[in-house]
Design a protein around this ligand. Structure first.
Ligand code: MLT
Ligand code: MN
Ligand code: ZN
Length: 319
């Protein structure tokens, strides 16, 4: 787990709330959501490319180049969304000799138009853009297989639908039209080794608990999921705004916990924690108060630098 915070990180640079102040004082910080995964321990893939990527890569010895070479173990990037907290780090990878970037069709388009990081990288590195499709597994190096799961239709704000009512467009958007809602702006990945049972499911953005996700977690060792907000009205309560967790495309922990409790078996880890979320603050009284409910559902909070070794069953963890 390279990073476990939502966009902005913990502390967020312009936030002086009690939690961010404590993080500044104690050093209990979180960098922005990013995962590195490997099936053979040699060929590694990033899931998302956070704005904190450079320091995240430097902190992971597994991702260092072989001594005396520029042979990086990084083989590519899989994106779960086109959000800036998941894509700004692509620019950090410009020194790569080659770079494979896997994204769904709408995200790939957004990264070539509204946020043209694709064309921007072209003079720097040989980037291979690959379109992934929900339900179609992608075979990666080292025996890793990633099956994308469609998890939500929320677009990044920089790529808002100009036809959406909120942007002044028509109020109805008949399904089947070119601007009909897509559910693959946000995806998760179900990782297997050569098509075996799921080792890990990664879903840092989860608009709702979908039947597809339900099937995907059934045989997983570990499920790393959206822990942006503890409750649906957390952000509104903390900032005085009107945005709900669900309205931002994030199922709150309070709303996913019952789903977890009904599907025991996998080890559940919450990630992409916003700095407003009490669970983001290790050791806080609020986090301690929520811990029993998490534990009862087989869940815990992910931490930066966590290493999950799923080489055997049951899984073991080194931190
Ligand atoms: C999200 O996860 O909802 C986005 O990253 C929020 C944002 O930074 O705009
Ligand atoms: Mn985010
Ligand atoms: Zn704060």
């Amino acid at each position: 787990m390279l990073g476990t915070a939502a966009g902005g990180g913990l502390p967020q640079w312009n936030c002086g709330c009690a939690g961010c102040a404590t993080a500044r004082r104690t050093g209990a910080v979180r960098s922005q959501d990013c995962l590195a995964i490997s099936a053979d321990g040699t060929a590694w893939y990033l899931v998302n490319a956070s704005p904190d990527l450079r320091s995240q890569l430097l902190a992971a010895p597994e991702l260092a180049p072989a001594p005396g070479t520029r042979a990086t173990p990084l083989r590519g990037v899989l994106l779960t969304s086109g959000e800036l907290d998941h894509t700004l780090g692509l620019v950090t990878l410009r020194e790569a000799a080659e770079l494979s970037v896997h994204a769904t069709a709408p995200v790939r388009t957004a990264l070539h138009e509204a946020f043209p990081v694709g064309p921007l990288l072209a003079p720097y590195t040989k980037a291979h853009w690959r379109t992934v499709t929900a339900g179609t597994p992608v075979e990666l190096a080292g025996g890793l297989v990633a099956e994308p799961l469609a998890l939500g239709g929320k677009r990044p704000r920089y790529a808002a639908d100009p036809l959406a009512p909120s942007a002044g467009g028509p109020s109805d958007d008949p399904s089947g039209s070119p601007c009909a809602e897509r559910t693959d702006w946000v995806v998760g990945y179900r990782f297997t080794e050569a098509g075996g049972p799921a080792r890990a499911v990664y879903a840092p953005g989860l608009a709702a608990w979908t039947p597809g996700l339900d099937r995907a977690v059934a045989d997983a060792d570990v499920v790393i999921l959206d822990g942006t907000f503890a409750t649906d009205d957390e952000l509104a309560e903390r900032t005085g705004g009107a945005r709900t967790s669900r309205g931002m495309g994030h199922l709150a922990v309070a709303d996913s916990l019952p789903e977890l409790a009904r599907r025991p078996g996998p080890r559940y880890l919450y990630t992409h924690l916003n700095n407003t979320n009490p669970l983001a603050h290790r050791g806080s009284p609020e986090a301690a108060a929520l811990a029993p409910a998490l534990a009862a559902a087989g869940a815990a909070v992910a931490e930066d630098g966590m290493l999950l070794d799923l080489g055997g069953s049951p899984s073991r963890t080194a931190v």
